[in-house]
Design a protein around this ligand. Structure first.
Ligand code: AR6
Length: 167
């Protein structure tokens, strides 16, 4: 079973094999964590993403990490659900993001993976429920990944993830 950690920080600075990007279906970059990852990885990430697009909500695909600092070798792009009040099966799509990302990580042989709080920014997912889904899903999906790190950018998200981890 993977070790599960919660930290606060910038995901592009995490010393892990693979980082997960909260992307959009075009895989060509955007704002938030997507923008930070594209900025740090350089322009080849956009080319590589575009070649794999579209990525549907709940799915995940991998590219190299390009100019991101080692040990990061892979970026796993997943597309979270846009929050529509809970009427569009958003919870299962969000759970699928975490599950598919870990499946892709397994296929890459990644031993350590860092996740941002998918869908809780621009896509508007209620952060407390999202934190619970993140923790519950990564805890229960079978994987060969040894370390899963949930990375909160801000303090409130860190506290919600910590509460979900301990709850
Ligand atoms: N490291 C870790 N987490 C971060 C970072 C960072 N450097 N920067 C922001 N976050 P969001 P979404 C947090 O909006 O809701 C983009 O335009 C942020 O505080 O990045 O899935 C895409 O192209 C929040 O907690 O992703 C899509 O169009 C979390 O990451 C759309 O936004 C997710 O916020 C995806 O929206």
């Amino acid at each position: 079973m993977a070790r599960l950690e919660v930290v606060q920080g910038d995901i592009t600075r995490e010393a892990v094999d693979a980082i997960v990007n909260a992307a959009n279906s075009s895989l060509r970059g955007g704002g938030g964590v997507d923008g930070a990852i594209h900025w740090a990885a350089g322009p080849r990430l956009k080319e590589a993403g575009a070649a794999l697009a579209p990525c549907l909500p709940g799915d995940a695909v991998a590219t190299p990490a390009f100019d991101l600092d080692p040990p990061i070798r892979h970026v796993i792009h997943t597309v979270g659900p846009v929050w529509k009040g809970g009427t569009r099966d958003e919870a299962s799509v969000l759970a699928s993001c975490y599950r598919r990302s870990l499946e892709v990580a397994d296929s890459l042989g990644a031993r350590s993976v860092a996740f941002p709080a998918i869908s809780t920014g621009v896509f508007g997912y209620p952060p407390e429920e999202a934190a619970r889904i993140a923790v519950d899903t990564v805890r229960t999906v079978p994987t060969r990944v040894e370390l899963i790190r949930l990375v909160a950018y801000d303090r409130p998200t860190y506290e919600l993830l910590t509460a979900a981890l301990e709850g």
